[in-house]
Design a protein around this ligand. Structure first.
Ligand code: AMP
Ligand code: GLY
Length: 453
């Protein structure tokens, strides 16, 4: 286990070792694999009595102290009432949509402690243009961009640039609002599509970006608004098919730490990307308490930000949670309180963690629901099954109920062993039409590169 120290923006905070308020009850908001893994990680921390998950999924009750709560993420008044009636100490908001709609603000206005930025901070993910402007002002390395509001303007940029440009809807589009064309013609077609309303109001404005190339890596900083700590870097696999082919998905598998980066690289990313971003949020009076997730591309000119997100990645979160020490709940609580300097240092396992997602037949376009699932992995196995698109039918049978159905996660000191165990585990999971990639982690197996992380 290594211990992570906090990186303060004002160089003032060492671990002051003063007590935080007591933390017994947590409410996690969301229904995905990310929230299932967060609930599991909180439920095993000392002192935690109960972790509610609203609305949760078929796997919520698999874990100690975890309880589903039948309230949807947009029912803020009912969620607030539950927190008050049940003396919830901490709310953790998983997905970007409720964050961008101001759910964290609603909780804070009612005196409830919450991990997750308010609506303004969540613009980091909810508006590409807002995020790009911030990066420009904060001097954060990113692709050159042009924000445009109509087709003629967009075509003028493309014609003067004479190279394919990446085309992105400004607003949230469930990870599908970005098109990466190979040719000028494809760029123009993507512009037509977006302005024709392909992503509804998310595509009213678009951002054109210089096309970068290089491996991608996901960086997660936990921030209390003043300082932050970095978690181990992770790598996602966004394409549906082996060899990184096929359509984009929410993510088909991940691993951490990603050995694409050395300790020194990570320090540079902290200094050149996360610190100026948080500083700039601060200078705009945004008290950002939550995750800053930087999706980076490692270009020949150094790491550049492809996108910021305002929450944990899914499935990166499922890969990261088994590496977190028992201080995790307190560290998240300290961020929510704006008192990260008072949290214990977070211990991180030095193992590799491997995560492979099993999706439903027809994913990503038209996932089939209602297929019966059998999981024959014993509960005391070293494998973890984090459920996502699952529920129980009226006969008490676990069934598929979404695109990404579940993920299998395992840690081991050996990278290949971790994946071998995950794939052996997947063979013990059955549902009609199950889809998963057999090559998650292929970049590492090919590169032979070692890391000092
Ligand atoms: P985004 O729409 O920002 O979530 O990006 C989705 C995916 O598109 C990323 O994971 C990259 O693989 C790719 N991508 C986004 N922006 C760029 C860019 N400027 N250059 C090359 N690829 C990009
Ligand atoms: N794994 C990609 C995302 O969560 O957006």
């Amino acid at each position: 286990m290594t211990k992570l120290e906090h990186s303060s923006l004002e160089n003032k905070s060492k671990n002051e070792n003063q007590n935080l308020p007591s933390l017994r009850k947590i409410l996690v908001i969301g229904s995905g694999g990310r929230e299932n893994s967060l609930a599991w990680a909180f439920g095993k921390c000392p002192g935690i009595e109960k972790v509610f998950v609203a609305p949760g999924n078929g796997g919520t009750e698999d874990f100690q102290r975890c309880v589903p709560l039948n309230i949807l993420e947009n029912e803020s008044q009912s969620l607030i009432k539950h927190c008050i009636d049940n003396q919830i100490d901490l709310v953790v908001i998983g997905p970007e949509v409720p964050l961008s709609k101001g759910l964290a603000d609603d909780f804070r206005e009612n005196g409830i402690i919450v991990f997750g930025p308010g609506a303004i901070g969540a613009q980091l993910e909810a508006s590409k243009k807002w995020a790009k402007t911030l990066m420009e002002e904060a001097n954060v390395p990113t692709a050159r961009y042009w924000a445009v509001t109509n087709k003629d303007e967009a075509l003028r940029v493309v014609n003067s640039h004479q190279k394919p440009l990446v085309v992105k809807a400004d607003g949230l589009a469930a990870g599908k609002g970005g098109i990466v064309p190979e040719t000028l013609e494809e760029t123009k077609k993507a512009i037509e599509h977006l302005f024709a309303g392909k992503f509804g109001s998310a595509g009213k404005e678009i951002v054109l970006e210089e096309k970068l190339s290089g491996p991608e890596v996901s960086i997660f900083a936990l921030s209390d608004g003043q300082s932050f700590i970095l978690l181990p870097p992770a790598q996602d696999h966004k394409r549906l098919k082996e060899g990184d082919l096929g359509p984009n998905t929410g993510g088909m598998g991940a691993y951490a730490p990603a050995n694409l980066l050395t300790k020194k690289d990570l320090e540079n990313i902290s200094q050149d990307i996360i610190k100026p971003t948080l500083n700039h949020l601060k200078s705009r009076n945004i008290d950002y308490r939550g995750v800053i997730y930087a999706g980076l591309m490692l270009t020949i000119n150094g790491p550049k930000v492809i996108e910021f997100n305002c929450r944990f990645g899914d499935p990166e979160c499922q890969a990261l949670m088994p590496l977190m020490g028992n201080e995790f709940a307190e560290v998240i609580f300290a961020c929510a309180l704006g008192k990260l300097s008072k949290a214990p240092n977070l211990s991180i396992s030095s193992n590799f963690s491997a995560c492979v997602v099993a999706a439903a037949n027809g994913y990503p376009d038209n996932p089939r629901k209602g297929d019966p699932i059998t999981i024959s992995i014993p509960k005391d196995s070293s494998l973890k099954v984090f459920q996502a698109g699952t529920s129980y039918n009226s006969e008490g049978q676990l069934i598929t109920d979404g695109g990404r159905v579940l993920s299998v996660v395992c840690e081991d000191k050996n990278f290949d062993k971790a994946f071998e165990k995950v794939y052996a585990g997947l063979k013990q999971i059955k549902f009609p039409g199950i889809i998963y990639r057999n090559d998650i982690g292929h970049q590492v197996r090919r590169s032979n590169k070692t890391s000092d992380l």
